[in-house]
Design a protein around this ligand. Structure first.
Ligand code: TXA
Ligand code: MG
Length: 333
C-alpha cells in the first residue's frame, strides 16, 4: 500500500485535506494525525475491521486496548455508557487536552477496541488537526500512538513514516507535536480514581481538581489493567542504559576507549568530552524536556551508535512521566 503524506497547517487545517482524510476514515482506512501529545494512528472506532487494521499495522498485541478520541467533550457518551462525577470534573477541567479517562464502555464499541474488556479509554484532544479530523469524519476515532508496537512514540510525521510507511493509508503532517509525550490515563470507572499511566498532566495537577488519586504500581508484561504499562515499551532500537552522573562519565570514557560510539542524554546541560559522540542536554523543566524526549531519542537512534547512556532526571513527582518512559526504554537493553 502507498502511504500518502499530506501537509496541513497545524493551526488552520485545509478543508480539502481534512475532507480527504475523513473519507478514508469513514471507508475503514488508517490515518496518522498529529495531536498535542504524539501522533495517533486513527481508525473508525465503531468499525471492528478498521480497528483490526491498526493492530496489524502496529504489530500490537490484541490484549492491549486502544484509546477512542472524540472531537468534543460532550460526545463522551457516544463511546462510554456513563461517566462518574469524578470523570465529569476531570473532563471539564482538562478536556480538550492530554487526559484519557477509562470509563464503562458502550455496547456498540467493538470488543477489539477494549481488548474484550468492559471499560473504554476516551480522550478529547486539543490539537486543531485532531479535532477537525474527528469532527469531519463524524465518528469516534480509535487511535494508539502511530508507531510499531514497543518502539518510540512519534512526535513528527517523519517518525511515523519511519515505522509505518506502506502499512497505512495516509499521514497528515502538521509539524511537531507540542507536548511530545503521551496523555495521562486515569481510570474513573470504579469508586477510586486511579492513574494507570503517567503523562503530560502530572499527579499533583490531577489532585488539585479531584483530591487524592491512587497511582497504579503495576508493571511488567502482565499489567492487564493498562498494557501500555508493559515493561518493554517506548524503546529505541539502539541499546539504551540509564546511568547516574559519575557512572555515566566513567562508562563514556571506557566505551569511547573501546572504540564504541556512545550518545548521551543529560538534563542539566553539563558539557561532556568534546568529540566523544552526540551529547544532548535536555531542559531541566519537565514539560520542556518531555516535548523533546522522543525526538531526541529518534535522532540518537539514527546516529549509528552502539549505546545511548541517559542520566535519569530527578526522582521528583513532576518528572514521573519522563522517568517512566526512560525506564521502559531501557528495559532489556
Ligand atoms: O497521548 C496519547 O494518549 C496518544 C494519542 C494518540 O492520543 N495515544 C496513546 O495511545 O498513547 P496508546 O495506545 O499508545 O496508549 C494507550 C494506553 C495504553 O497504556 C493502554 O493500555 C491504555 O491506554 N488503555 C487503553 N484502553 C484502556 C482501558 N480500557 N483500560 C485501561 N487502560 C487502557
Ligand atoms: Mg503507544
Amino acid at each position: 500500500m502507498k502511504t500518502d503524506v499530506l501537509t496541513v497547517d497545524p493551526e488552520n487545517p485545509d478543508r480539502d485535506v481534512l475532507g480527504r482524510a475523513a473519507s478514508v476514515l469513514r471507508g475503514g482506512g488508517l490515518i496518522a494525525f498529529p495531536t498535542e501529545t504524539v501522533y495517533g494512528l486513527g481508525a473508525n472506532a465503531k468499525d471492528a475491521a478498521a480497528v483490526a487494521r491498526i493492530f496489524d499495522a502496529k504489530g500490537r498485541p490484541a490484549a492491549n486496548p486502544v484509546i477512542v478520541h472524540v472531537s468534543d467533550a460532550n460526545e463522551v457518551l457516544n463511546v462510554a455508557a456513563s461517566i462518574s462525577e469524578t470523570g465529569k470534573t476531570l473532563a471539564e477541567r482538562f478536556w480538550p487536552g492530554p487526559l484519557t479517562l477509562v470509563l464503562p464502555k458502550r455496547a456498540d464499541i467493538p470488543a477489539i477496541v477494549t481488548a474484550g474488556g468492559i471499560t473504554v479509554a476516551v480522550r478529547c484532544p486539543s490539537h486543531p488537526v485532531a479535532r477537525a479530523l474527528i469532527r469531519e469524519a463524524g465518528v469516534p476515532v480509535a487511535a494508539p500512538s502511530a508507531n510499531r508496537s514497543t518502539e518510540l512514540s512519534p512526535t513528527r510525521a517523519e517518525h511515523v513514516l519511519a515505522g509505518l510507511d506502506g502499512r497505512i493509508d495516509m499521514i497528515l503532517d502538521g509539524g511537531p507535536c507540542p507536548g511530545g509525550l503521551e496523555s495521562t490515563v486515569v481510570d474513573v470507572s470504579g469508586p477510586q480514581p486511579r492513574v494507570l499511566r503517567h503523562g503530560l498532566i502530572d499527579v499533583a495537577t490531577l489532585e488539585s481538581a479531584i483530591g487524592q488519586v491512587e497511582v497504579s504500581t503495576e508493571s511488567g508484561a502482565c499489567a492487564a489493567r493498562s498494557p501500555g504499562q508493559m515493561s518493554k515499551h517506548y524503546s529505541p532500537r539502539t541499546k539504551l542504559r540509564l546511568v547516574t552522573g559519575p557512572e555515566l562519565m566513567e562508562e563514556l570514557f571506557r566505551a569511547t576507549h573501546d572504540g564504541l560510539k556512545v550518545g548521551t542524554v543529560m538534563f542539566h546541560g553539563r558539557a561532556l568530552v568534546p568529540g566523544a559522540g552526540p551529547h544532548v542536554s535536555l531542559p531541566c523543566e519537565p514539560p520542556a524536556a518531555a516535548a523533546l524526549l522522543y525526538d531526541t531519542l529518534f535522532r540518537l537512534d539514527r546516529a549509528g551508535l552502539n549505546v545511548i547512556l541517559v542520566e535519569p532526571p530527578p526522582d521528583e513527582p513532576p518528572w514521573a512521566a519522563v522517568r517512566d518512559r526512560l525506564a521502559r526504554a531501557a528495559t532489556d537493553a
